[in-house]
Ligand binder design. Sequence first.
Ligand code: ADP
Ligand code: MG
Length: 338
Amino acid sequence: MGKIHQLSSVLANQIAAGEVIERPSSIVKELVENALDAHSHRIDVVVTEAGLGSIRVIDDGDGIARSDVPMAFKRHATSKIESARDLFRVQTMGFRGEALPSIASVADVIMTTATKGQEGTAYHIRGGEEKSLKPAIARQGTDILVTELFYNTPARLKYLKSPKTELSHLVDIVNRLALANPDVAISFTHDGREMFRSAGNGRLQQVIAAIDGVNVGRGMIPVHGENPDFRISGYISRPELTRAQRSHITLTINHRYVRSYALTKAIIAGYQSKLMVGRFPLAVINIDLDPVLVDVNVHPAKREVRLSKEDQLASLLEQAVYHSLANQNLIPDAGSQA
Ligand code: ADP
Ligand code: MG
């Protein structure tokens, strides 16, 4: 007998979970992204004990047919891409087929789902083991309840921070997802208290107001920029409205929230010398581009992306920020900015 053997699927999923599911907020991110990919108009996130009690995400999207439900929890099982060609033009948030098996490998999961006009299904899976698959009464959409997170991976459980910190990660991700998707109504309720709700009417400024307050929302300045490759749109704060961290800048690429040092720097550069040292603007900016120009398959959680033509995009972004401030006479229009 050789020494080498293939890991069981449960163990393989737990290892993958280490990359995809870091903390309660990662679960919320994955589940809300699944709901978005399923064309939901409304997504409710209901959490107790900063995610250690329970995480529930309810959507009114496409639902999953009963015969597909167990497959949805298999590793590398996805309805979103088929070939390598698709990988280079991903239009959906998900495509790796890792979230559901990862979550189910480290928690107790009950999914209730129904597709249009079909009888619903309730599926129970725990620690990667299927417990039951039954008919259920359900409206079209999907309702996932995750409890006992990391019950079988004590190291992970220990690594979690205080409930206060985990809650702030949860609030942060829900806010970013809502900013990235102003046409979807997203709510967040924690321990019975509604902490956030967006209307889903497509008005980004209203989502900003729901997060940062009506005055901030009202004071934001629109930004636009376009060249044959990129279309930039969003809002930025006036130079006098700043924060101590650059994390109040939300960047989305094709409505996917991403982190990019280079693009964040470009936004800040657009303010020229108008920002005080150590102060950063608020901004919510989406960049629409042909998916072939972006590789989202860099990081399992897809937070980082690789962009072709990043330098061109950065200068377009800087110009766009500069011009909207200059248009409002908030910075001198040097006229020399080409
Ligand atoms: P991925 O999103 O990368 O495809 P997941 O493990 O997150 O992988 O989900 C697996 C599959 O389950 C998805 O491709 C999709 O077909 C289905 N699915 C998951 N969540 C939902 C949902 N909320 N509504 C409809 N279908 C879903
Ligand atoms: Mg997914």
